[in-house]
Every structure is written in structure tokens, then in C-alpha cells.
Design a protein around this ligand. Structure first.
Ligand code: FMN
Ligand code: SF4
Length: 683
């Protein structure tokens, strides 16, 4: 598309703020703060997106304005004056790329925990517990109102003092909308009851903020306009609230949310992952735009340029929020401008990022390891090798493809051998569950980048040691992945069980009785369960853990549990599969307790699936090891520091040898690409 006519690239005046295009990274908290401050890591993450050409980046998702809003997921502590210089440095860093920057401010209300920060009781309009964070809030008292309204205003003033372009108030699942919603505001005094009463405190907050920052500073509201809760705020009331808040004159824009986030199931609908339709709330945001006068921003799975463009062309939005799309690819705008949209690394909707703020302590993109690690990893790999080497990569799964891509980007000559007829490795297995098909984007993008970079890819090529030697490489990277293994507690019947891979790949008979035993706790076991149940099998699921899918994060497990409920899957916790035998009626599985060790039950089934991760396919690596110059040793310190790999333990060796990804040990796709990138940058 001609850049001058592209709706995404048209400028926009947001109040007095001139935005150079319509592309925005909406507010989010990646948990990159240090001591609650946006230090170098936080700043460099946003600078990378600003450099990528977007018009505005919104920082500090849920930056907290008061100590009785304790940080729940690494939130910025906006109630501390010491934050101002950090924000200021960040604002300067972003502004140098002609990109605007705002901060989302909030009092989390009931959406946090008491046993963090200063260990203060959680406070909310009424004492209604939020299931996701499980705190029982104190209902606000008379003396809390002025204090909290002032805290919002002080937080906004700190953002202004730091040179930010504006703020946005979070009003979905937090304190502000807690007052608006009849579900969470059960007060019978002047702060509750009818709409006028429920609006009283939100309007007071807005008055305080506007008085503190003056008329020109941008103030937005990220509001749920329909909570999609039976006793919550419905669309009609939500639209009326928008109109009344707009009339206050304090606001410059709405960022539209539809749904509720007080439970993991609700959050998964507000922040939809793969398997959900593209942009599921976009039409709704368009309705809000038609019913109101303020500019509308919206983000929810607008993860490709075509959908973003459509949203603007159809007049559904004024500004397009693309959060995760930029975590996967911070250079979207630059690539659009350069006419290279096909090079955009796609956000596949894995939700590894959002789940990571609770599970990993930080948001990592499943297939962009540089995001959140801009201090050590480049978002754009420079062509920087003096003496190009011949790098031979064996295995075209995520680890091998990433190593090949990154090595080629740096200027090495790369050959990639793959035993299969196509690339993908375990990503292909993961994508066999129809709902998770988009996982393929991880390897498809890399294949197309390898093609562009001239990597010689040979499929149907099972590499033996002599093939490797014949190619005469300088560096050999073994990325051969792994094969399913059974758990060591299985005393008998290994030959009678199958793997999650088989469950996903083989045909399923309706009514077939299947036991899925999963002591891995990750995606493969749950995917096998879902696939089997959806194909009509009668599934029983057993795990030695205290919950199922213990490694699967909060926006991803709701879809699995929905499938489990719909498929009538029976769950057994605290059970280890200890024996499998042939019985008169199929297979007999013996289940014991991992705690008391007693045999608890035997089950008769037709098929038994065991999920225990993979064992490395490392034969080739061990054959090559004595022939290599480094005897296969990775310099771990150099690997971490992204420095050259210089180990030469065997002067006779003809090539450097490394292994990465699951060829080392059973891990996940993020670990695989992170291995591949780090190693390639050290060659
Ligand atoms: C890691 C992460 C943290 C988030 N934290 C916040 C937050 O603190 N406040 C907020 O309003 N939204 C937050 N969001 C939601 C995003 O702003 C956005 O609404 C959501 O990711 C859907 O848009 P997308 O599909 O473009 O990513 C977060 C999203 C992610 C991925
Ligand atoms: S982890 Fe998945 S959802 Fe998050 S940015 Fe990366 S590809 Fe997108």
C-alpha cells in the first residue's frame, strides 16, 4: 500500500498532542521494573518500540498511586517521588524517536494482594473479593476518599513533572470502575446506589487530576463499557457512563475495554490468545465510538497489520492499540513504511508474555527473546562479522531455525539440514491441536527469513557424522530436539503406552477410553486431553501434582479447562501411573499416591498416554564431540554475556560444536529460540 494513503500512517491530533501515525502500544505492565522504578530495562524496552516507528507508547500499565494499592505484578510505584527522574529519562529516550509516551495510573482496589509491598489491607468500594488475586478487601471509609483522590492527582502530577505527554486511568477491574459497577459497589451511602452515587468518586478523581495537571495535559480513561457480567455494568449503562464522564470535560480519550478481569477466565477474554477470533471486541469499540465524541483507542488481538488497517478504514477506531504485536515485533511501523510488511515477526497469540508476569516474574515473548532483554540482545541483528564462517545447523525446529536465521543475519554462510520433509519440529506437534495452529507462525516466519537471507535449507536429510565432516563447516550446531519419554516411576508396561504426540497425531475413535497421565504439567498433556476429548474419546486425566497444567499460565488454562468440562473429562490429582498391563478388557493402569505410596485404584482403558517431556536426541552430538575443537563445551559466561565463544579444548578439532534447545534437555519454545539467538550472536 502507498504509505501516503495508508490509514495507519496518517497523523492524529489527540488534544494538543500531535501523533505522527495511528499506531500505539497500549498500556501494559511487563514487570520490567526494578524496585518499582522504570530503570534501564524498562526504558530500553520502550525505546526499542519508539525506534520502531509507532506514534505513542503507553508505559506503566497499572502504575500504582498509593501504598494501599500494593504492586501485584511488578507495578511501578507512582506514589514515590523518586520515580520522577526515572520517568524523565524514559520520556527523553522515547521522545528522541519522535514518539509520544503516556503512563497508565491506577489504584488497584481489590485487584491485588495484601501480602506484598507494605502489607496493607486491600481497599475497595465494598468488601467483594476478587477471585484472581484472592484478597478480601476493606470497604473504603470516609477518610479514604480524599486521600485516594489526591493520590491519583499526585501520581498524574509526577508523570507531568517527568515530561510525559499524558496519563491514562485504568478503569477495568480496579478501584475507579469498582465504584461504577453495581457488582463491586454495594455501598448504601452517597458513594453507591444509583448511577449518580456510583459516579461520585470517579468524577471526584477526575476533578482532582485535572486540577493538578491543568487543561493541556492529556488524560485518557481505559474503561470497561460492558463488563459482560450478569450483575455487572451492561452496555447501555456503560455508554451512559461514557457520556457523563465525557461531559465532565476532564477527559481527552477513551480506551475501550469489553469484559471483566476479576477471574482468569474473564482475563482470557479481555486479552484473547490464539484460538480466539481476531479482534473480537473491535466492532464493540466501534459502537462506543459512534455513541461518544472523544477519540477512541482500543487493543485486543489486533495483531496483524490488515486488521489494524481495517479498524481505521471502517471508522471503528481513531488509534489502534497493538501491545503484544509489538512485543513480538517492535519495528512494525518501520516495516510498513519500508513496504516490507511480510517481514513482520507475527504475534501468534501464545499469551506467554501476559502469563509470564505472574509465572516468570516478567513478560517474555514466546518467540522474540530480545523483548525485555534489550540491554543485552538486539531487536535488529547487525551484519557484523569480519570473517564469515560456514555454520552448519542440524534440525529445523525453533532452536535450529533461530540459530540459522541469526547467524545469517550476522553475515555467516549457513546450511541447515532437517531430517523431516518440512521445518517446525515440536512446533508442528503443538499446532496439531486445532486451537493452537497459530504456533506454526513461530517457525514459518523463521523459514521465510532464512529464505530471504540465503540460508541453504536441505530437507529429508538425516545428518550422520560423515555428512557433517564432508561439508567442512567451521561451526556445527546440533538442534535435533528430543523424543517423548516415559516417567521413571513407571515400573512396567512402557511398551504399552503412547505419548502426547501420538494422541495429537493418531486418529481417535469416538467412545475410546483413554487415560492421559501427565506429570510434566505443561501444554502437551493438556493439548492431548483437549484433542482426545474433542474427538469424542472418554478421557480420564491423572497427575501427581496438586493441580493440572501447573506450568500453564492464567490466560491459557481457561480454554483447556473449558474443553475439559465440555468433554466430561474425569480428573484425578495426586496419582502416579506406576504399572500398565494388558487386561481382558484393554489395558489396566495402576495408579498410586505419590504421598502415601499406596495403590489407590486400577483403571481399565483402551489407550494410555504418558506425558513426561522429551529425552534429547543427542547421538550425533556425542559422535561429533571428540572431533570438535571445543569438545562440545559452551562457554556459559560468554553465552550469557553475548560474547564470542572462544573455547578451544582440543586443538586437533576441525570445527566448533554446540547443541541447543531440547537436544540439551526438555524445555519450551522460548528457551529454544533464546538458545539459538544467544549462540548465534557469539559466533
Ligand atoms: C504483559 C502484559 C501486561 C499487561 N498489563 C496491563 C496493565 O497493567 N494495564 C492494562 O490496562 N492492560 C494491560 N495489559 C493489556 C494490554 O494493554 C492489551 O489490552 C492486551 O494485551 C490486548 O491487546 P493486544 O492483543 O494488542 O496485546 C497487559 C498486557 C500484557 C501482554
Ligand atoms: S508471547 Fe505470544 S502473545 Fe505474547 S507477544 Fe509473543 S507471540 Fe504474542
Amino acid at each position: 500500500m502507498n504509505a501516503s494513503r495508508d490509514p495507519l500512517l496518517q497523523p492524529f491530533a489527540l488534544g494538543k498532542l500531535q501523533l505522527k501515525n495511528r499506531i500505539v502500544s497500549a498500556s501494559h505492565e511487563p514487570s520490567y521494573s526494578e524496585d518499582g522504578m522504570p530503570k534501564a530495562r524498562y526504558r530500553l524496552y520502550h525505546e526499542a518500540k519508539a525506534r520502531g516507528g509507532m506514534a505513542m507508547t503507553m508505559i506503566g500499565g497499572s502504575a500504582v498511586v498509593a501504598p494501599d494499592s500494593p504492586p501485584a505484578f511488578g507495578n511501578l510505584l507512582l506514589y514515590k517521588d523518586e520515580i520522577v527522574p526515572w520517568l524523565s529519562e524514559l520520556a527523553d529516550g522515547v521522545h528522541q524517536h519522535d514518539c509520544a509516551v503516556m503512563c497508565q495510573i491506577t489504584h488497584l482496589g481489590r485487584r491485588t494482594r495484601y501480602n506484598t509491598g507494605d502489607w496493607l489491607s486491600v481497599v475497595a468500594p465494598s468488601s467483594v473479593r476478587e477471585p484472581a488475586h484472592r484478597a478480601f478487601p476493606k470497604a473504603m471509609e470516609d477518610h479514604d476518599f480524599d486521600r485516594i483522590a489526591k493520590a491519583y492527582a499526585d501520581g498524574a502530577a509526577r508523570c507531568q513533572a517527568a515530561g510525559l505527554d499524558g496519563i491514562e486511568i485504568n478503569a477495568y477491574g480496579h478501584m475507579f470502575d469498582g465504584f461504577l459497577s453495581p457488582w463491586t459497589n454495594r455501598r448504601e451511602d452517597e458513594w453507591g446506589g444509583d448511577l449518580q452515587g456510583r459516579l461520585r468518586f470517579p468524577l471526584m478523581i477526575l476533578d482532582h487530576i485535572r486540577a493538578a495537571v491543568g487543561p493541556d495535559f492529556i488524560i485518557g480513561l481505559r474503561l470497561t463499557v460492558d463488563e459482560l457480567l450478569p450483575h455487572g455494568m451492561h452496555k447501555e449503562e456503560g455508554l451512559e457512563i461514557c457520556r457523563l464522564l465525557q461531559q465532565s470535560g476532564a477527559l481527552d480519550f477513551f480506551s475501550v475495554i469489553r469484559g471483566h478481569i476479576d477471574s482468569d477466565a474473564g482475563l482470557a477474554e479481555v486479552i484473547p490468545n490464539m484460538g480466539a477470533p481476531a479482534a473480537p471486541h473491535l466492532a464493540f469499540a466501534g459502537e462506543v465510538r459512534r455513541a461518544t465524541q472523544l477519540p477512541i483507542l482500543h487493543a485486543a488481538r489486533i495483531n496483524d497489520v490488515a486488521t489494524a488497517r481495517y479498524a481505521l478504514r471502517e471508522g471503528l477506531l481513531d488509534l489502534v492499540g497493538m501491545v503484544r504485536a509489538h512485543m513480538a515485533e517492535p519495528n512494525i511501523t518501520k516495516l510498513i513504511e519500508a513496504g516490507e510488511e511480510e517481514r513482520i515477526r507475527p504475534c501468534v497469540g501464545a499469551g506467554y508474555c501476559i502469563d509470564g508476569i505472574y509465572e516468570n516474574g516478567a513478560a517474555y515473548c514466546i518467540h522474540n527473546p530480545a523483548t525485555g532483554r534489550e540491554q543485552t540482545l538486539p531487536q535488529v541483528i547487525a551484519r557484523d562479522v569480519d570473517g564469515p564462517k560456514h555454520v552448519l545447523v542440524i534440525g529445523a525446529g525453533p532452536a535450529g531455525l533461530e540459530a540459522a536465521r541469526a547467524s545469517a543475519e550476522r553475515g555467516h554462510r549457513v546450511t541447515l539440514l532437517e531430517a523431516n520433509d518440512q521445518a517446525g519440529g515440536q512446533i508442528r506437534v503443538a499446532s496439531l491441536l486445532a486451537r493452537r495452529r497459530e504456533m506454526l507462525g513461530i517457525t514459518e516466519w523463521r523459514v521465510s527469513e532464512c529464505e530471504r537471507l540465503g540460508v541453504e535449507m536441505r530437507f529429508n536429510t538425516y545428518a550422520e557424522a560423515e555428512d557433517v565432516l564432508a561439508l567442512g563447516p567451521d561451526v556445527v550446531i546440533v538442534a535435533t530436539g528430543g523424543l517423548p519419554q516415559v516417567h521413571p516411576e513407571l515400573e512396567a508396561g512402557e511398551a504399552l503406552v503412547q505419548s502426547s504426540w501420538d494422541a495429537l497425531a493418531d486418529p481417535v475413535r469416538a467412545g475410546e477410553r483413554v487415560l492421559v497421565f501427565d506429570d510434566h504439567g505443561g501444554y502437551p498433556g493438556l493439548s492431548a486431553m483437549e484433542h482426545l476429548a474433542k474427538q469424542g474419546a472418554r478421557v480420564q486425566f491423572a497427575s501427581p501434582e496438586r493441580m493440572i497444567g501447573i506450568e500453564v499460565g492464567s490466560t491459557n488454562f481457561p480454554a483447556f479447562l473449558t474443553a475439559l468440562d465440555r468433554g466430561g473429562v474425569e480428573v484425578r490429582l495426586n496419582r502416579t501411573l506406576s504399572r500398565v498391563e494388558r487386561g481382558e478388557n484393554g489395558l489396566r493402569a495402576t495408579l498410586t499416591s505419590p504421598y502415601c505410596r499406596d495403590v489407590l485404584e486400577t483403571l481399565n482403558v483402551d489407550r494410555i498416554i504418558v506425558e513426561h517431556g522429551t529425552a534429547p536426541l543427542d547421538e550425533l552430538y556425542f559422535e561429533l564431540k571428540p572431533l570438535s575443537s571445543n569438545l562440545g563445551e559452551l562457554d556459559i559466561e560468554a553465552f550469557i554475556a553475548i560474547a564470542p565463544q572462544r573455547k578451544r579444548n582440543n586443538p586437533e578439532g576441525r570445527f566448533q560444536l554446540f547443541r541447543i534447545g531440547d537436544a540439551v534437555s526438555s524445555r519450551n519454545a522460548h528457551a529454544a529460540v533464546y538458545d539459538g539467538l544467544r549462540l548465534a550472536l557469539g559466533l
